[in-house]
Design a protein around this ligand. Structure first.
Ligand code: ADP
Ligand code: MG
Length: 249
């Protein structure tokens, strides 16, 4: 229903790095229950856009609304508290720590909380219980005590989602969650995201076009920092400008 209030509304975001326009007047929104995929060639400005929405990079102009609130001037911690969850293109996990420790630490960091003694943190039931629940939800409950470095690539991706889940996000930003996953790993994560969307809609940057076409309710195509098309999978596949600019025809 296009009249439903979007959970995320990005209006006219622009961002330049010197002479390079990494975001060029981008407007995009995310509706309840939806997976909105953001695709485009390398260097198109996908990660830059995600960073501006999450708050780690300030737009030069434009406005960002989360759940009806203007968050343009809020930092990442304040946005996370409002329900904005994210996973990163580059892993932010501590490889020498256990799976469970990563969930607890990640959740603390995202909340902007400081901790003085790690061993006390790891005894805190108010942190451990949500952490264990999040691991269960992504199917990593049996790996809780394993060293993160010993996980498969796919399991690390699941762990990143678990870290974000402990904050009960109302919406997700995901930057290439399928990157480096094999076919079976992608399939597991695809199934998981397909369920997760009902709880928290997802703005999904993804190169894996099978996953994009399987999951996305809408797709936006970014080229040279600008959205050149937004539509359903069928509309995007049939769009001549997209085929020229992105699919290389
Ligand atoms: P994508 O995620 O679509 O591959 P990015 O958003 O990472 O693209 O990058 C978009 C463009 O902005 C690229 O040309 C990249 O080199 C440039 N860029 C990204 N971050 C910075 C930065 N901090 N300083 C200068 N240029 C940057
Ligand atoms: Mg990127």
């Amino acid at each position: 229903d296009p009249h439903t209030n979007p959970v995320l509304k990005v209006e006219g975001i622009s961002k330049s790095f010197g002479a390079l326009k990494a975001s060029d007047n981008v407007s995009i929104d995310l509706r309840p229950g939806e997976i909105h995929a953001l695709i485009g060639p390398n260097g198109a400005g996908k990660s830059t856009l995600i960073k501006q929405i999450s708050g780690s990079l300030r737009p030069d102009t434009g406005r960002i609304e989360v759940l009806g609130r203007d968050v343009t001037d809020l930092d990442t911690v304040a946005r996370a508290r409002l329900g904005l969850g994210r996973t990163f293109q580059i892993s932010s996990l501590a490889m020498e720590f256990t799976v469970l420790q990563n969930v607890v630490l990640g959740a603390l960091g995202a909340q902007g909380r400081v901790f003085s003694f790690f061993r006390n943190v790891m005894k805190d039931k108010t942190l451990l219980e949500p952490a264990r629940r999040a691991l269960e939800r992504v199917g990593l409950q049996d790996e809780a005590q394993r060293r993160t470095a010993d996980l498969s690539h796919g399991q690390r991706r699941q762990l990143e989602v678990a870290v974000a889940l402990t904050l009960n996000p109302k919406l997700f930003l995901m930057d290439e969650p399928m990157a480096g996953l094999g076919a079976s790993g992608s399939k597991v994560l695809t199934g998981f995201l397909d369920e997760l969307r009902h709880e928290a809609p997802i703005l999904l940057v993804e190169h894996d076009m099978d996953a994009v076409f399987a999951l996305a309710d809408r797709i936006s195509v970014l080229v040279y920092g600008a959205v050149i098309a937004t539509g359903t999978a069928d509309e995007i596949r049939a769009n001549p400008e997209v085929r020229r600019a992105y699919l290389g025809e």
